[in-house]
Design a protein around this ligand. Structure first.
Ligand code: FE2
Ligand code: FE2
Length: 179
């Protein structure tokens, strides 16, 4: 029982120390300045993808290189620019940003083959080359899920606010009628 508890604490702890290291040794913190999807920054998106990747590996009982899984996931969108800004170099961002992220990450860190593949192949199938390792497949899937959720979330909360607004207006109108 005790054993299980300590192994559960390992993942988030490892993620935290990895984030700190990549912020101190490189430019991961710069990602806080750029929006990725909806209102989510590239930094928050990358942390979510890393966290979900770890959970997926655990859920599927896959033996993975957790350190590389997290490093690859945290650096998968290390392109370091605001892709919403109109600029010629941001054209076809979807197609080219994995390559830019890999180039930047290699400039700042020593990456192994696994980490390189996670970053380079995370845009499969838009970039039509299959991920080579199970860790790269996991990050690719986690990225799709997080991207969809982050894109939809602002619309869902806008819908919820609209519903609440309408309900309180109707309540107020109902009260006026009665009095
Ligand atoms: Fe990406
Ligand atoms: Fe991403």
């Amino acid at each position: 029982m005790k054993k299980k508890k300590s192994s559960q604490a390992k993942g988030p702890k490892l993620l935290k120390s990895m984030i700190r290291h990549l912020e101190q040794q490189g430019r991961l913190g710069e990602e806080k300045n750029y929006i990725q999807h909806g209102t989510t920054t590239v930094f928050a998106h990358s942390v979510r993808v890393a966290s979900l990747s770890l959970k997926l590996a655990k859920k599927l009982h896959l033996r993975v290189n957790r350190k590389s899984l997290l490093r690859g996931a945290l650096l998968h969108d290390y392109f370091l620019y605001d892709w919403h800004e109109k600029d010629r170099s941001h054209r076809l961002h979807g197609l080219y940003h994995a390559g830019t992220a890999l180039k930047n990450a290699k400039k700042d860190f020593h990456l192994n083959k696994l980490e390189e593949n996670i970053i380079a192949r995370h845009m499969f199938p838009l970039n039509p080359i299959f991920p080579r390792y199970k860790e790269a497949w996991i990050v690719c899937l986690a990225d799709k899920y997080c991207a969809a959720e982050e894109t939809i979330r602002p619309f869902l909360s806008a819908g919820k606010n609209l519903k609440c607004g309408l309900l309180s207006t109707m309540k107020r109108a109902g009260r006026k009628k009665i009095s």
